[in-house]
Design a binder for this molecule. Sequence first.
Ligand code: NAD
Length: 345
Amino acid sequence: MSTMRVVSAMVSPLRRISPVAVRQGSKRCFSSSQNLQATWGFIGLGRMGFPMARNLRAKLPAEDVLFVQDVNTAASKKFLEENPEGVRIASTVREVAEKSENIITVLPEPHHVAGVYKQMLEPPSLLKDGFSAKERLFIDCSTIDPMTSQSVASAAHASGQGKFIDAPMSGGVVGAQAGTLTFMIGAAPEIVERATKILSLMGKRVLHLGEQGAGLHGKLANNYLLALNNIATAEAMNMGIQWGLDPKALANMINISTGKCWPSEVNNPVPGVIEGSPSSRGYEGGFGIGLAAKDLKLAVKAAKESNIRLALGDTAKAFYEEVEAAENCKGRDFSVVYRHLGGKE
Ligand code: NAD
């Protein structure tokens, strides 16, 4: 894996990137006149995808067309109602692939991604049958296992129908709405510039971590660490509080000491320690326990597939599954592990 490169921290990409300049490059991403109209596809209008597609549409030139698709037809309909200009609902994902040059997918699990790409890429005649004969760029922003992602990439590349990159993201629903997401991308060097321009319409930072698959490896390594730090913080806080320490004094001490981490400093699991944190509002909002469990599961699986030894992975995974299933924890912010440990609230 190559050294990480922060490719962009853009403020207003379309103001900075002249459509003409982009067209003059090897790949045209944005258009500025009717006959040079660009087409875009977006599949998966869920909690993340919906606001991302809205930001994308808002920043594209008015004459460009965005094709959207979601198995939940109500989501597509709502998107069109809220964004009536330059949006079309595609009836199938194959239609999105046929009509778009740049296609973004934001889907829940590996099998959704595999299924959607199979439908898009088969039969392998997109360049012939498609509305656009230009080389397509497929950008998958879903958090899935690197193996599934690599097999989808191989299918796209082997059939010559387009390039595929993994671009998992961080920043949550709040970042998706505000257009401040961070994308970690795994892409061949020649695609990085094109992908960065596109992703900058929905986020603030694009980090190129290496070849295809590298974005997911980075994302899973980070979320593995986050999941463990979260449990460790809850255990350490619970320990200190049971020994009679004041929660705020304990957190303040940790946060200027070597135990400091994001869960201790920003998302402390003990209610009242950090004003406005999920734990201080009944563990509502934030990073869902289900998503934390999912990412940890993917990280542990991917590590096993690469024969990488983990000392804590399986234990933490079993613990998250237990918390996720508990009636008083399910659907809440992942810092609710503190409640499940029996922490004082
Ligand atoms: P979500 O479940 O809210 O949305 C997924 C959308 O995909 C739904 O609208 C669903 O109907 C649609 N979909 C499912 N199968 C489909 C198919 N075959 N064809 C078309 N549409 C289909 O999920 P989300 O929270 O938006 O997360 C999406 C991805 O982003 C996940 O991989 C998740 O791990 C990742 N992610 C989520 C967050 C977060 O805070 N929610 C943060 C970072 C990354």
